[in-house]
Design a protein around this ligand. Structure first.
Ligand code: PMV
Length: 344
């Protein structure tokens, strides 16, 4: 029987508190990770589909922000062709995929987590229609997201997504699981102000970055450290203990950058203003006791993390101190969120 229709989902970006760095096999993590799911930085994806046994191959047209995009299209085609063991109907599918981001394209924000999870949500939605299932398979959504981009597995999870086998019950290398219900309320409305230091393309792709770990002399210690830190972090989050939470998060970001500084070849991904913002955050915290901490992705931009109760106070300070250190004064304000949403 042929199936046709259209599905539309948004899915957010996420920011890792314990970083996934190093992978093996079919996009499996070398260490467990955990992240806040964001709200405002989302990818909006519509998939128009015709599935018909008479079609003898997968065919895809891809549009990014309204324009046909060959480069992204072929990455998506490679991804879809790699998951036909999960979704055999992809072998006889004609798809038109239209995607756009809520955040500016060249803002230095990694979009693969939101993009791959939004696409995975559309695919799982179509799969549900084909199988006639009443429930959306969210485990499959996380697993397919992971196969697209490892960290995307966590974007399908509300509030706090944990990915990678560890001491947490139900954890898996194949998909992420929710941990948000186990944490203090203070983290349910946590803020992430993304301070854009540079909007340039990343100088090292995340795949190339992960593969640097294969040759790192620190690899084994690092994988163990991530597991131990994750355990201490979730304990602190359960108790709402910001004085334990914050330093772990900062150490994680600096460890990630430290690993890249001493990898072969070496990468310096921070910019001078990245360091200036780190110093400004630390000085402000020491002077005022405000619990604001930073983290970084594999790039120069600073994610400033703090509880909602401090939002007004931090906005005044950051307007004066942090904004002038950002590229075109750009700070993207985000907050912890509930994961993917279906749109009509
Ligand atoms: O999902 P990838 O392959 O783009 O890797 C993401 C790696 C980091 O963003 C640096 C850390 C993380 O856990 O998100």
């Amino acid at each position: 029987m042929a199936h046709s229709g259209e599905v539309r989902w948004t899915s957010p970006s996420n920011i890792a508190l314990i970083k996934y760095w190093g992978k093996h096999g079919r996009q499996l993590p070398r260490n467990p990770s955990i992240s806040f799911t964001l709200s405002n930085c989302v990818t909006d994806t519509t998939v128009n589909y015709l599935i018909d046994e008479k079609l003898d191959a997968l065919n895809i047209d891809f549009y990014f922000e309204g324009k046909a995009n060959q480069a992204f299209g072929s990455r998506i085609e490679t991804f879809l062709s790699s998951i036909t063991d999960h979704l055999p109907w992809l072998n006889t599918a004609q798809l038109k995929v239209e995607s756009s981001n809520s955040f500016p394209h060249s803002s230095g924000i990694a979009s693969s987590a939101s993009a791959m999870s939004a696409l995975a949500m559309c695919l799982v939605d179509i799969n549900q229609t084909i199988l006639g299932n009443p429930n959306l398979n969210m485990t499959l959504a996380s697993e397919l997201s992971r196969l697209g981009s490892g960290s995307a597995s966590r974007s399908t999870i509300p509030l706090l997504g944990q990915w990678g086998k560890c001491e947490i019950e139900g954890s898996s290398d194949n998909f992420a699981i929710p941990y948000g219900n186990a944490i203090d309320q203070i983290f349910h409305t946590y803020h992430d102000d993304i301070c854009i230091v540079s909007a340039d393309e990343k100088s090292v792709s995340s795949s190339a970055g992960h593969s640097l770990m294969d040759k790192s002399v620190f690899a084994q210690q690092r994988y163990e450290q991530a597991g131990q830190r994750l355990y201490s972090l979730v304990e602190a989050m359960r108790k709402g203990d910001l004085e334990t939470f914050g330093p772990i998060v900062e150490d994680e970001a600096l460890t990630l950058h430290g690993l890249m500084l001493c990898s072969e070849p070496s990468f310096v991904l921070m910019e001078p203003n990245t360091i200036s913002i780190i110093n400004a955050i630390r000085a402000y915290r020491e002077e005022t006791g405000t619990p604001v901490y930073f983290t970084l992705d594999a790039g120069p931009n600073i994610h400033m993390l703090y509880p909602h109760a401090y939002a007004d106070q931090i906005a005044k300070w950051s307007e004066q101190v942090i904004k002038p250190l950002c590229h075109n004064g750009r700070i993207i304000k985000d907050i912890v969120g509930n994961g993917p949403k279906k749109l009509k």
